[in-house]
Design a protein around this ligand. Structure first.
Ligand SMILES: Nc1ncnc2c1ncn2[C@@H]1O[C@H](COP(=O)(O)OP(=O)(O)OP(=O)(O)O)[C@@H](O)[C@H]1O
Ligand SMILES: [Mg+2]
Length: 446
């Protein structure tokens, strides 16, 4: 356990080190910049902070500023301030500002030891608690949100394959998070410090794609005025992500196959055999088996790529995740646009649940983003999302209206803890009308 000792008086530092050095790792600083640098470098469990620091050793200002900066960078930091007998007021002020406790000079060795033992015990408990909380937060994984069984399965699979270097093939409809999954595999693996190099195989014309992937020598073709490295080389030590692999032209499929087999390749116009250990992750929303049948995709390449296959389920099959993601995006884009406390109307929530989401997470993201920008109230409606409210075609208008009324009355009652007058006011109707509605819809007050 490390203790940071901040005091401008060398004699005191030496004494303290002598008192505590046997039990603790001691690092020292004599002013505010030194203290902050040492704090960030050593992450001490406890900081013993003298309030009178240079340039004004007789004023608590520097000490209090140091305290506040430490707490700003880590609100759980344990700082014990040390002050002269006559300055108890300052010490109390420091405690008010978040210091854990204070000691008066001259510091009694037994007292400081006792206090440190207590703080370190507390710090240990807090750390344990934080660890517990971290582990119980299973709804996100590398920024991917998902509590559904399907997504938890995907996360578990990613964790497993991340530790290998085998190629991975990611399948899924557009917008299901294939690129996010590829990045998660990269970041979870041994190559996380290497580059993650994405390339979209259908965004680049065939004649340029080979040189983009494998590079070219000077003069290899008109316009090749200098030698250039390809992405396979750039991704060495890291991950090469081949998006829309189903659109890879046959000539390049052969070269990619060879690279996967031998980790070797040649630049366009080059003779030299080059090597790269880039890990390959590919993705597609096309049916590769179908493409193999029609001859558009090589079967041998497929088997090389598909050592591990991860399928990202469409959003409509992820249960409650749709609502969870919608709320997350609502808060995120609300914050980005300076709009606080945005909510969906019940009708919007129903529409979100009923929509088929052909564009999956990306579509949801775009609709919410747009709605946040366009909406002029705090409540986002189905219309703001450009969704039709989630009533099925077989419902009559009367049924639809009753459903909506029921939902709104129930929500209002719940929100106002059963207080009729407030609930009625929220819906803009009178108390008698509210009672009538409850009667008609068969709603009981809880
Ligand atoms: N589980 C998730 N949690 C949060 N955001 C997600 C999740 N999945 C996808 N996204 C977001 O949705 C968008 C689409 O994801 P991504 O680009 O990874 O999908 P894709 O399958 O590669 O799509 P496409 O087929 O269109 O290339 C991104 O903005 C991404 O951040
Ligand atoms: Mg993609």
């Amino acid at each position: 356990m490390t203790i940071l000792l901040v005091d401008d008086d060398e004699t005191i530092r030496t004494q303290m080190k002598w008192t505590l050095g046997r039990e603790y790792e001691i690092v020292m600083a004599e002013d505010r910049p030194g203290a902050l640098a040492a704090y960030h470098k050593h992450k001490p469990t406890v900081t013993l902070l003298d309030l009178g620091l240079p340039p004004q050793p007789n004023d608590p200002g520097e000490g209090l500023a140091t305290l506040s900066e430490i707490l700003q960078s880590n609100e759980a930091a344990k700082v014990i301030v040390v002050s002269g007998q006559a300055e108890k007021k300052n010490a109390l002020e420091a405690v008010g500002a978040g210091a854990y406790d204070f000691l008066c000079k001259p510091v009694d060795p037994d007292e400081v030891k006792l206090l440190l033992r207590r703080v370190s015990y507390l710090a240990g408990l807090e750390e344990e608690y934080r660890e517990l909380q971290r582990n119980s937060r299973v709804d996100t994984f590398e920024d991917m949100l998902g509590t559904s069984r399907q997504m938890q399965g995907v996360f578990a699979f990613i964790r497993k394959v991340a530790t290998t270097t085998a190629p991975v093939l990611l399948l899924g409809e557009s917008g299901t998070g294939k690129e996010m999954a590829a990045l998660a595999i990269h970041r979870r693996g041994a190559r996380k410090d290497g580059p993650f190099v994405p390339i979209n195989c259908n965004a680049i014309p065939e004649n340029l794609l080979e040189s983009e992937l494998f590079g070219h020598e000077k003069g290899a073709f008109t316009g090749a005025s200098a030698q250039r490295k390809g992405l396979v080389e750039t991704a060495a030590g890291g991950t090469l992500f081949l998006d829309e692999i189903g659109d890879l032209p046959p000539t390049i499929q052969v070269k990619l196959l060879r690279f996967l087999q031998e980790q070797r390749f040649q630049r366009v116009g080059g003779r030299q055999e080059l090597e790269s250990d880039a890990r390959v992750i590919a993705a597609t929303n096309a049916d590769l088996k179908e493409k193999i049948k029609t001859g558009a995709f090589r079967e041998d390449l497929y088997f090389r790529l598909a050592v591990v296959v991860i399928s990202l389920p469409p959003l409509r099959e992820r249960g409650d995740d749709t609502g969870l993601l919608a709320q997350e995006f609502l808060q995120r884009y609300g914050a980005q646009n300076g709009k606080k406390n945005l909510t969906f109307t019940p009708e919007a929530l129903r529409a979100i649940n009923c929509h088929r989401w052909p564009g999956n997470v990306r579509e949801l993201q775009n609709r919410v983003k747009r709605a946040v920008i366009m909406a002029d109230t705090r409540r986002i409606s189905a219309a703001d999302l450009e969704l039709t409210s989630g009533t099925s075609g077989t419902m009559t208008l009367k049924e639809a209206r009753e459903n909506l009324e029921k939902e709104m009355v129930q929500q209002a009652l719940k929100k106002h803890l059963g207080r009729i007058s407030s609930a009625a006011a929220e819906l803009g109707i009178s108390r008698p009308t509210f009672y009538e509605l409850m009667e008609k819809l068969g709603i009981e007050r809880e």
